[in-house]
Design a protein around this ligand. Structure first.
Ligand code: GLN
Ligand code: ZN
Length: 768
């Protein structure tokens, strides 16, 4: 253990090593287990997290980083920010909490959930606090103190974590007009003071106050309120505060953040290392600097040599007492333990030596601190040597660096990014080949992944079905889906994606440069976890990935069959990515792999190809200044993937979120022949944008919400389409659902699609 340099963990995974919390919650929600059973599982997870960190020798161990659903929701409940629609449920805090999280339809209660959105640029989703003009706050639930005391009674001193008051307000939303939510700060602060006082009374020394909004673009008023709020907090508590920022550099907020009257400031050095020197040069006297050098967002082993240089510089200026070695962000975003990966075939030791999950990262912090202050024991010194060897191995490993891929990337030329002709020319050629009616109908790709389909996959995985048998079942399901699509009268068909469990994993498994873990789960929201693929090396396609399925499907019908691919940005966004080259470089490699697939599909006679990019919007950087660079390479990657297609091949793309107002010009630059977008929940509000910006190619604004089993009526769809017609010329308007149908059942799917087709036909009659 280090003697003077302290180590600081910002937060820990909380779903349980084997997703115990997920299982316990889901059992509790459907009434299979009691509240006490759920609480016991939660307590065990917390205790185990604390014990692991204590055993490793972490100085500042977080508490209140646990959550049954989401840490922002926890704080909303704590400060009594309960939307009115839940009033009837206030009698029972746990019921109230889960109702806010996912709605409730039971015992005469029927209330919808609070909104959920992405937590900064992670794939974690938080619950958006709701505020009204006359919002009041009271300390309803003192979770921070409860958990601190729980740890204390287990003999572990912790540092409670609370989302800061300014970020809490900024991350929320206004439910009525006529006020600005940050003005609620004066009413909110007294409750924060109460929370802090109770922590003080419970015996806490430090509190971690998270203000991640300090890495965003802030206006002058917000900055002023930051200063005001923290000077008020300071006056009312003696607790030592570590103001914590992560997911980006402080940039123009640095002076503000460093001037706030707190005892320590945490910065994310992984995300914006180039900022470190400046921060250090202006770092105020007396404060402690918590250096986030161990990546909380990615699974790579820390490069000790590099980190020690950074820590060394800080120690030189501030001394060992004023430097903490920390994780860049909470470990919520990485899996628990690399040791749980026991399957050599999936993840070989050769590759595993480059990785580090939450437990390993915890150890890294302690080793770094010891090495930095020169107190490392023999074992730690040996670990350092091993670390150097692992890092060097990764730098040169032939498993990662593929000369063929490098050559291919170097040979990309300007013209590769462009289709042969411009859209009007292409569209005429495509129309004469496809002969589609006005308002062509299609779907987004997937059809219901029924329990049956999923059971085949499970059996095939366990070896209970042979590869041949499994394929046969999928083929039959595909054939059924195609027969139905023909009968119901869709114009452009899809094969249904029954062979895919996930739109990224399916491709990752077929590409070089990806590995998959067995147990590498991370929380996505609530009890939902994902197991992101890991892109560790140069990405290369060695053989066609989808062609056989598309060719088989096309052989069953004379109607055009859409080939279905996941786009390069989406594959990148939903994976753990390399940190040894820019994201743009990895995306370019993926784009080339997809490009080859486009080419092969085309050669195999597929006339329409969709390249899904649902993640392109969510990949936007946190700071507006970084948008142009990102959009340039993201759009270029799509164009590189699609650019190989002949004029006659119709390229579609699909996006899920419809907030395109600020990036529509860039979406247009992707130059897809047809774009389908989620639209119906906003009642086509999105289309306003098309009033302002005349989108040049074809658009299929989703005409019904696939997130619910509700079947839309023909009239409803017609009404939405009429709205769309006001902004999009009829010749360029497609008719389709909002998104893929894999989470739906067949009954509602058949009814909804039939109504969608009836609506398109009605419009055709009217428009003639
Ligand atoms: N083609 C995919 C599907 O239909 C698209 C999914 C998505 O947009 N997230 O399932
Ligand atoms: Zn979608």
């Amino acid at each position: 253990m280090a003697k003077t340099i302290k180590t600081n963990v910002l937060g820990f995974p909380r779903i349980g090593e084997n997703r115990e919390l997920k299982k316990a919650e889901e059992a509790f929600w459907c009434g299979k287990t009691s509240r006490d059973e759920l609480f016991a599982v939660a307590r065990n997870i917390r205790l185990s997290n604390w014990e692991v960190q204590a055993a490793a020798g972490i100085s500042l161990i977080p508490s209140n980083d646990f959550s049954f659903y989401d840490q922002v929701l926890d704080q909303a409940l704590a400060v009594g920010a309960i939307p009115e629609r839940y009033n009837a449920l206030r009698g029972d805090l746990l019921e109230l909490y889960f109702a806010m999280a996912h709605g409730v339809q039971r015992d005469g209660n029927d209330v919808i959930a609070m909104e959920m959105t992405k937590w900064f640029d992670t794939n974690y989703h938080y619950i958006v606090p709701e505020f009204v003009k006359n919002q009041t706050f009271t300390l309803l639930f003192n979770k921070a103190a409860d958990e601190f005391l729980e740890a204390k009674s287990a003999g572990i001193a912790t540092k409670p974590v609370i989302i800061g008051p300014m970020s809490f307000l900024l991350l929320g939303t206004e439910k009525e007009e006529g006020f600005s939510r940050i003005d609620l700060i004066d009413r909110l602060l007294p409750v924060y003071v109460e929370q802090l006082k109770s922590l003080e009374a419970a015996g806490a020394e430090w509190v971690q106050i998270d203000e991640p909004c300090l890495v965003l673009d802030l206006d002058a008023k917000t900055k002023e309120l930051y200063a005001k709020a923290y000077s008020q907090l300071r006056q009312q508590t003696k607790l030592k505060i570590v103001l914590t920022t992560y997911f980006g550099g402080l940039r123009d907020n640095a002076e503000l953040a460093l001037s706030l009257p707190v005892d320590a400031v945490h910065i994310d050095v992984v995300r914006e290392p180039e900022e470190f020197d400046r921060i250090l040069s202006i770092f105020p006297k007396g404060k402690i600097l918590s250096l986030g050098v161990v990546d909380g967002r990615n699974i790579w082993k820390n490069d000790f040599e590099l980190s020690l240089k950074i820590i060394g510089k800080a120690v030189e200026k501030l001394g060992t007492e004023r430097v903490w070695v920390a994780a860049s962000s909470s470990f919520l975003h990485v899996p628990y333990d690399l040791k749980l990966e026991k399957n050599e075939e999936k993840l070989s030791t050769d590759i595993k030596r480059w990785f580090s999950f939450a437990y390993q990262k915890t150890d890294e912090l302690v080793m770094l601190a010891a090495l930095a202050e020169g107190s490392a024991d023999a074992q730690q010194k040996a670990a350092y040597e091993q670390n150097k060897a692992d890092i060097a191995d990764r730098r040169t490993s032939p498993l990662i660096h593929n000369a063929k891929v490098a050559q291919r990337v170097a040979n990309v030329s300007e013209s590769d990014y462009n289709r042969t002709s411009c859209y009007p020319v292409r569209s005429a050629k495509q129309q004469s080949r496809l002969g589609l009616p006005l308002f062509p109908t299609t779907t987004i790709g997937s059809f219901p992944q029924t329990t049956e389909v999923r059971s085949w996959r499970a059996k095939a995985r366990k070896g209970e079905l042979s590869a041949k048998e499994y394929e046969q079942l999928l083929k039959e399901e595909t054939a059924r889906a195609i027969r139905w699509q023909e009968e119901t009268g869709l114009d452009v068909l899809v094969h249904g994606e029954f062979e895919r469990n996930d739109m990224v994993e399916y491709f990752g498994e077929k590409l070089n440069g990806f590995v998959f873990t067995q147990n590498g789960w991370v929380q996505s929201y609530g009890s939902r976890c994902v197991k992101p693929p890991i892109i560790f090396g140069d990405v290369e396609r060695t053989e066609p990935m989808t062609v056989a399925w598309s060719v088989y499907a096309q052989s069953l019908t004379p109607k055009p069959m859409k080939g279905m691919l996941t786009g390069p940005v989406t594959i990148l966004e939903w994976s753990f990515v390399r940190n040894d080259q820019p994201r743009s470089a990895t995306t370019k490699q993926i784009a080339l792999a997809i490009r080859d697939e486009v080419s092969d599909l085309e050669r195999a006679g597929i006339k329409v190809i969709q390249i899904d990019e649902p993640a392109i919007r969510e990949g936007l950087p946190l700071r507006k200044a970084d948008w142009p660079a990102y959009l340039d390479w993201a759009v270029a990657a799509f164009r590189l993937a699609a650019g190989v297609a002949a004029d006659e091949t119709q390229i579609h793309t699909h996006m899920c979120y419809s907030e395109f107002n600020d990036i529509i010009e860039h979406i247009a630059r992707m130059d897809a022949d047809v774009i389908t977008i989620e639209c119906s929940r906003s009642q086509m509000e999105l289309l306003d944008v098309f009033g302002r910006f005349s989108y040049p190619n074809s658009i299929g604004p989703g005409v019904y919400d696939i997130h619910s089993a509700r079947v839309p009526s023909v009239d409803e769809i017609v009404a939405l389409l009429r709205k769309a017609q006001k902004h999009i010329p009829s010749e360029r308007l497609w008719v389709n659902p909002d998104c893929g149908l894999k989470t739906r059942g067949w009954t509602e799917t058949r009814l909804a699609i039939a109504n969608m087709i009836a609506a398109a036909r009605q419009l055709r009659r009217e428009t003639k």
